[in-house]
Ligand binder design. Structure first.
Ligand code: SF4
Length: 361
């Protein structure tokens, strides 16, 4: 596991200098953001942060101005009937946030005289304000020195410090890294710059490292890990199952299939007869007992692996030929000539098996 050191004060200030130079040229123009050099309006920041939870920037960009036209101040929002607020929230979804915003505005009027408090802890005490929103509002609206870590910033941090622990387990470490990277100058711009960098340059897939102002500070770039971070936890291992399938050919060339039950996995589809899917490879007696005919069976070289969402199946194949006198053990047989295989509803697994037989023939 790669360990990188916290940045020194000097390194941190160089990093933010490079970041803010980039932001001046490439930062996004968004309807809730203050123009360069103008102070942010805390109410606009609060509304935008709540709207942006679980909703894309593009959607919020369309809905923000009409909402603000209807409720231009925090006091106006607090005084409005909840139904009006819910109506104005249409198109943004997750109405719980609208109710929370309304309750938050009323609490700010009742307890804080209509002015949002500035410190993250006081913001977090308001209805519907979690740690992230409190940090974002404190930094963006009040230039409070705190780093708000959204998904974009989380990704940038994981790469900057080459944190290889998979998410979500890495969150505690990323929070520590964020605390060590608190911007002291222009915190609001610094936070928004990191958010913009994560959205446009240090994006989830194929980060544009060659265009990145933080390249010189970035451990993932240095180590060639940018494309692989942040790491995601591996899915729980799927159980393995084993089976043997039978490819039985009639003298006229038709092949034996059977139909799966009408409910359950691969319901109603045609398949080659097989042993049961078991936790260990089937024994010779199980194979013989499941064969659809009492004939000479030859192993087809290789095996087929098929990955279902809940298990991995490894299947070997046996090929047999039905002679005139061979007793057929399979009930309700379904015969199909190879040139008509396409007319059957066949699951991918069966198609793979047929291809294996064709390849091994
Ligand atoms: S150099 Fe690449 S990985 Fe590192 S912060 Fe920039 S875009 Fe992200």
């Amino acid at each position: 596991m790669t360990k990188t050191h916290p940045l020194s004060k000097r390194e941190t200030s160089t990093l933010y200098r490079d970041l803010l130079a980039w932001y001046a040229e490439h930062g996004r123009t968004l309807p809730w953001r203050a123009r360069a050099g103008e102070p942010s309006d805390p109410y606009r920041v609060l509304v935008s942060e709540l709207m942006l939870q679980q909703t894309t920037v593009a959607t919020v960009t369309k809905r923000f101005a009409p909402f603000m036209a209807r409720f231009p101040t925090l006091s106006a929002l607090a005084a409005a009937p909840l139904d009006d607020v819910l109506h104005a929230w249409q198109g943004l979804g997750y109405y719980r946030r609208a109710r929370g915003l309304h309750a938050c505005a009323q609490t700010v009027v009742e307890r804080h005289g209509g002015r949002l408090p500035e410190a993250p802890a006081a913001l977090e005490a308001l209805p519907s304000i979690g740690p992230y929103t409190a940090a974002a509002v404190a930094a963006i609206a009040f230039d409070h020195p705190v780093l708000a870590v959204d998904a974009n910033v989380e990704r940038v941090l994981a790469r900057l410090f080459a944190v290889e622990t998979p998410l979500p387990q890495a969150r505690a470490e990323l929070r520590r890294r964020a605390a060590g990277l608190t911007p002291n100058e222009r915190p609001g711009d610094s936070v928004q710059a990191l958010m913009d960098l994560g959205a446009s340059v240090c994006r989830p897939q194929r980060p544009a490292c060659t265009a990145c102002p933080l390249r010189a500070h970035c451990a993932a770039f240095r180590l060639g890990l940018a494309d692989h971070l942040p790491a995601k936890a591996a899915r729980g291992a799927r159980p393995n199952r084993f089976a043997v399938a039978f490819y039985l050919v009639r003298p006229d060339g038709a092949v034996l299939f059977r139909r799966r039950p009408p409910t359950g996995l691969l319901a109603g589809l045609a398949e080659l007869p097989s042993t049961a899917w078991t936790e260990a490879p089937p024994m010779a007696t199980e194979i013989a007992g499941s064969a659809p005919a009492d004939c000479r069976w030859e192993a087809v070289p290789g095996r087929v692996r098929h990955v279902f969402t809940h298990l991995v199946l490894d299947i070997e194949l046996r090929r047999g030929e039905l002679r005139g006198t061979t007793p057929l053990l399979e009930p309700a047989p379904l015969w199909c000539a190879p040139q008509a295989f396409d007319t059957l509803a066949l699951p991918t697994l069966t198609r793979k098996l047929l291809a294996q037989v064709a390849g091994g023939a």
